[in-house]
Design a protein around this ligand. Structure first.
Ligand SMILES: [Zn+2]
Length: 51
């Protein structure tokens, strides 16, 4: 039977360390839902999968 903890792990957002988001223009690290760099305003956000 599934424990409550197991279910919470499934619905929980992925850990911030799984994917790294970084501005391609200036290299600034941004949150995963950000599509505009707060540092330089660029929309070129690169996502690096660290899995
Ligand atoms: Zn930038």
């Amino acid at each position: 039977m599934l424990s409550k903890q197991f279910i919470q792990q499934i619905i929980r957002p992925e850990s911030p360390s799984t994917t790294h988001h970084e501005c391609r223009h200036c290299g600034y690290s941004v949150e995963k839902d950000v599509d505009e760099c707060p540092q330089c305003g660029s929309h070129e956000i690169a996502a690096y999968d660290l899995e």
